[in-house]
Design a protein around this ligand. Structure first.
Ligand code: GLC
Length: 721
């Protein structure tokens, strides 16, 4: 259809066709899909009619140029008005070329690589027929018991916002109508899904409105300001109302305040879940409440198709709420060019060239290398060299489960394991591999074989971690230690007296107190993606200098949660000069600070910070203030350093965090090189939400901190006039 007139098209649609357009179904319902008819699980109770399928608006989880084209072709044969389907899927950190999980990507502090990874993911997805990805996930997190911390970039609102923008730009590019190598993005999960009580997925979220505005909303807003086409509602409640049925969240904040005009889609089943939440008696009421809140697309339940028509008649509603939802969906289809070309970028021939290309794998390896965080390196046991006899031990020594959750199309078989990575670069006679244990179990013979391998080596690489199913959606844990079997293996290897380099594969900050003191080195690899083994090898043997910095604090234990860097001082700060021995805000059995703080990460070289300067003692709100600091690489190896810039508003109308990240620079320095790093601070960066939710700054004293982590800084002060 050349330049379709959407208002005209809408006027031709029956109410049934409009309501079906608001429905998203999985591939088994559609002719032409590889799994057509495999209606299993909850889909069986859905009672979907053929009429609804013929008029459905979008498909969940379809991919592959051939499959998407045949589904679209079959659909258009039966859709009366020739309205094409939208194909939507979860491409969170890569399509088939899998990049490090977002929590790892955040630790790279590399926004251009983040954008590039999204661009590559979009290119592979678009040529495979996908139109929309359910990413970026930007939920702020402070609780590593929650399995989905792996899916976000961490605990800071500013940094999450920067990564949110970068990913939206990478996925969408600047012209979705012309650039068929891009896909529409969907920021999720609106809102505050990352703060469930107890870190238990889908649980209640309880927080003040101000906290939500200050900490949890900025990253969604950053995506919306970057032009994201879609927002996904969260499963949780916010202030006692499920997000998916909340007019406050969706009409007041999202539509009015954030001026979002795109599509709002429910998360899987979240419309129907208004019933167990206890705010809807039945599916009819759920349908009404979700539509009233502004949910445009209902994912994978049929409250809309089964009840909206009667709700409109019974409640004497106009069709306008339905019309505005349908129009938003038609607008995106038009923007994507689907009316002219319903197959858009799907191309079987190109698919084979583009997907998993060497160029894409190289990009994944580069981002993985920069996402690795060196947590400990005693006596410079790292980097290793190729003359050493090495024993590679542990359940992740030769394990393809390094893609992490939400790596849907990625294949473990394609992943470069740590064994493959290390083997590629060294004399095999010097390398011994022994599993030592499984993820959750250990046998005497496996352990004995590993101990023997360790004894016959100069250094042990101990590859430990979580199974990827132990994090991700519904992957909540109360005990965030390494599984006991692996701690037992560690202890047996420690008895050999050999130097131990621990490499961690995990989707969350872990409680590492059992190994921290006894390991000689600890390299946090997260789930590093398709090229993970190669990237880790590059760092272990010094081809690459680690530069990752944590974007989520590592607690000493689950008992310390939540522990995060931008916390308040309290009225009884433990480290105040006049703090009482007992009656201060502290634990009897744990430090207050995390084991590893936000912004922390070691290098093979070291960086010296000196000569911090400011352009003025006082800030004129019209002019701002600039700060400089000199950073010197006074080691023997070139490397990158993330120079972090924090402020503290010393006295506010409400309490203010002791530190707030406001800027950073990732700089490269050769040995002996010094660079002066400049930060320009503007008055608007000092604004915060007051008790009346007004966003403004206060005159008065501010501290500025610049350094290599949230706890290793030089400081200055200024007055805002
Ligand atoms: C899941 C997730 C959401 C995902 C959706 C579709 O339940 O919460 O992030 O995009 O379903 O797979």
């Amino acid at each position: 259809m050349q330049d379709v007139n959407l208002t005209e098209l809408l006027s031709k649609m029956t109410l049934d066709e409009k309501i079906a357009q608001l429905t998203q179904l999985a591939t088994p319902f559609f002719k032409g899909s590889k799994d057509q008819g495999e209606i299993t699980g909850p889909m069986k109770e859905m009672g979907i009619t053929q009429k609804v399928i013929e008029n459905a608006g979008s498909v969940l989880g379809a991919s592959g140029a051939q499959q998407t084209k045949s589904i679209q072709e079959e659909h258009l044969k039966n859709n009366r008005l020739g309205i094409p389907l939208l194909f939507m899927s979860d491409i969170v950190h890569g399509y088939e070329t899998i990049f490090p999980i977002p929590l790892a990507m955040g630790c790279s502090w590399d926004l251009s690589l983040a954008e590039k990874s999204a661009e590559i993911a979009a290119k592979e997805a678009a040529v495979s027929g996908v139109h929309v990805t359910f990413a970026p996930m930007v939920d702020l997190v402070r609780d590593p018991r929650w399995g989905r911390v792996m899916e976000t970039t961490g605990e800071d609102p500013y940094l999450n916002g920067e990564f949110s923008k970068a990913q939206v730009k990478g996925f969408q590019g600047s012209n979705l109508t012309k650039d068929f190598n891009r896909v529409a993005a969907c920021v999720k999960h609106f809102a505050a899904y990352g703060a469930p009580e107890g870190g238990r997925d889908y649980n209640t979220v309880n927080m003040s409105e101000r906290e939500m505005y200050e900490q949890y909303l900025p990253a969604y807003k950053a995506a919306i300001d970057a032009g994201v086409e879609m927002v996904m509602s969260a499963f949780n409640t916010v202030d006692g109302i499920p997000a998916t049925g909340s007019k406050y969240l969706m009409r007041k904040i999202l539509r009015k305040e954030m001026e979002f005009e795109g599509i709002l889609i429910s998360d899987w089943g979240a419309v129907k879940e208004l019933i167990p939440h206890g705010v809807a008696e039945d599916e009819a009421e759920a349908a009404f409440k979700a539509l009233e809140a502004g949910i445009d697309i209902e994912m994978m339940t049929t409250c809309y198709v089964d009840h909206l028509k009667e709700q409109i008649e019974m409640r004497n509603l106009t069709e306008s709420l339905v019309d505005e939802a349908v129009l938003r969906i038609l607008k995106l289809k038009k923007k994507l060019g689907l009316f002219e070309n319903p197959y858009r970028g799907a191309d079987e021939r190109l698919e084979n060239e583009v997907v998993m290309s060497a160029e894409h794998r190289a990009a994944s390896r580069e981002l993985a290398t920069k996402s690795l965080v060196l947590l400990k390196n005693e006596k410079n046991v790292l980097p290793l060299n190729h003359h050493q006899k090495i024993s590679l031990i542990g359940p992740f020594a030769d394990n393809g489960d390094i893609l992490g959750a939400w790596s849907w199309k990625g294949s473990r078989e394609d992943a470069v394991t740590l064994k493959e990575g290390i083997s590629q670069g060294m004399d095999h006679s010097l390398l011994t591999i022994a599993k030592g244990s499984n993820i959750q179990s250990i046998s005497e013979e496996d352990a004995a074989e590993a101990v023997q391998a360790a004894k016959n080596s100069d250094v042990v690489i101990l590859a430990l971690g979580e199974d990827s199913e132990m994090s991700g959606e519904a992957g909540s844990r109360t005990n965030i230690k390494l599984p006991q079997a692996q701690l037992d293996l560690f202890a047996k290897i420690k008895e050999t007296g050999k130097p131990i380099v621990v490499v961690l594969f995990n989707g969350r900050p872990l409680d590492l107190t059992d190994i921290h003191d006894q390991a000689d080195a600890i390299l946090e690899a997260w789930y590093p993606g398709t090229e993970g083994g190669a990237a880790i090898t590059d760092v272990l043997f010094g081809k690459e200098n680690p530069s990752g910095k944590l974007t989520m604090s590592f607690p000493y234990s689950a008992g310390q949660i939540p522990v995060y860097y931008n916390h308040f001082n309290t009225g009884r700060p433990k480290d105040a000069p006049d703090a009482q021995e007992r009656y201060a805000s502290q634990y009897l059995d744990s430090p207050n600070k995390p084991l590893y703080p936000f912004g922390f990460g070691l290098s093979y070289t070291n960086f010296l910070y000196k000569n911090i300067q400011q352009s003025a003692e006082n800030m004129d709100p019209e002019e701002g203030i600039s700060f400089t600091i000199e950073v010197t690489n006074n080691g023997k190896m070139a490397g990158e350093e993330v120079v972090q810039f924090y402020i503290q508003d010393v006295t506010g109308e409400v309490v203010r965090p002791l530190k707030e990240l406001k800027d950073f620079r990732k700089i490269f320095l050769n040995p002996g090189e010094t660079k002066e790093v400049l930060f320009n601070l503007r008055e608007e960066q000092l604004r915060y939400y007051h008790s009346d939710l007004s966003l403004k700054s206060d005159k008065g004293k501010f501290n500025v901190f610049i350094g290599s982590s949230s706890e290793d800084v030089l400081s200055l002060s200024f007055q805002l006039l």
